[in-house]
Design a protein around this ligand. Structure first.
Ligand SMILES: Cc1cc2nc3c(=O)[nH]c(=O)nc-3n(C[C@H](O)[C@H](O)[C@H](O)COP(=O)(O)O)c2cc1C
Length: 331
């Protein structure tokens, strides 16, 4: 572990998006602020506040907050910055009628991609433009609150994920062009940017063709970081939160393959990131951590004391309405 810590000292550590459910009447509440306050530290480069819905957008469950001009968001920024980390925000939307699967592997995993193609085909160009406009607006509002890192959530089968992948959306190129403009504008304003994608969906037929080409189109966009996640929520959630050793190993290998193809682009690598030997991971890749920091807010100071795979944090799958953890007591 000691040599890992030494190697990691050259990398930037991210707290990845977590949909905590600590929301009252659609807005972050005191539990939400405490969650991020207690995990921010000089050892954490950036805390990316998870799954925040763009104005006019649709949440992936009933407890996802929508970004507004309310001062609570600036209070959250202040709390994270006071702890010593860069305040980041992950902007996302699902769609009207979206329901997340409670099961880890969907009952009919092969049905999602055809439904996704149908959904996208029936969106007119004005509908797509409205979605992109809401991301532009959200980015402006987030910047005004003081967020210093803005992440576009184009992973896990949410709406932007469907729109950026030419295997699902024939008009993906114009969406990518708009996102390139957004990231350039943010960079010009001194804001760090990232885009989160899924390396695979979990549908073996779909994943067997075009995945590397899709990853390459994303890696060519001018975002500061590409955050490499995996899995679609309504196909196979085991890829999103890998636990089994073979799934963790496959995610590492697939992530490193992308990092090696684009040595000048920076990437966030996740999936039990602190269990890996970082000496062998390309220097353009940075660790993203979620469950270890849920389980122990001081995990970066105590890297042997993290998540033990109790799976209690999967509150939505378990029918709950907010984050719980067998190791971390909320108060
Ligand atoms: C309770 C919980 C909530 C999550 N919420 C989000 C989210 O809102 N957005 C997102 O992109 N990923 C979300 N994830 C996935 C994590 O960001 C992360 O990619 C995943 O847990 C793998 O990293 P880890 O092995 O360090 O936990 C969530 C994970 C957990 C366990």
């Amino acid at each position: 572990m000691t040599s890992d810590i030494v190697t990691l000292s050259n990398r930037l550590v991210f707290l990845l998006g977590v949909n905590t459910g600590f929301v009252t009447e659609g807005a972050p509440d005191s539990r939400f602020l405490d969650f991020y306050r207690s995990r921010s530290s000089p050892k954490l480069h950036c805390a990316i506040v998870g799954n925040v819905v763009t104005p006019g957008g649709f949440g992936s469950n009933a407890v996802t907050p929508t970004l507004t001009t309310e001062p609570v968001w600036a209070d959250l920024v202040t709390a994270i910055r006071a702890g010593g980390s860069l305040p980041g925000i992950q902007l996302a939307t699902a769609w009207d009628g979206y329901t997340g699967s409670r099961k880890f592997v969907a009952a009919e995993p092969r049905e999602f991609i055809p439904r996704a193609r149908h959904l996208v085909e029936h969106m007119g160009s004005e509908d797509v433009a409205a979605v992109l406009n809401s991301f532009d607006l959200a980015a402006n509002v987030a910047t005004q609150h003081g967020f210093g890192h803005i992440q576009i959530h184009a992973a896990h089968g949410y709406l932007l994920n469907l729109l950026v992948d030419y295997r699902i959306n024939r008009g993906a190129t114009s969406v990518l062009d708009r996102l390139a403009l957004l990231s350039e504008r943010l960079r010009h304003n001194g804001v760090q940017t990232s885009i989160r994608i899924s390396l695979k969906t979990g549908d073996p037929d779909f994943d067997s063709a075009g995945a590397a080409d899709f990853q390459d189109t994303i890696a060519q966009l001018p975002f500061d970081f590409v955050d490499l996640s995996s899995g679609f929520y309504n196909i196979d959630k085991r890829l999103i939160y890998p636990a089994r050793p073979e799934i963790v190993a496959a995610r590492l290998q697939e992530s490193v393959a992308v990092g090696l193809r684009y040595p000048r682009r920076s990437f966030i690598l996740s999936g039990r990131a602190f269990n890996h030997d970082w000496a062998g991971i390309p220097s353009n890749m940075h660790p993203g951590v979620c469950r270890d920091l849920i389980a122990n807010p001081r995990f970066l100071q105590e890297p042997d004391n993290g998540c033990r795979n109790h799976s209690k944090c999967h509150y939505y799958s378990r029918g709950g309405d907010h984050l719980t953890c067998a190791r971390w007591a909320e108060d």
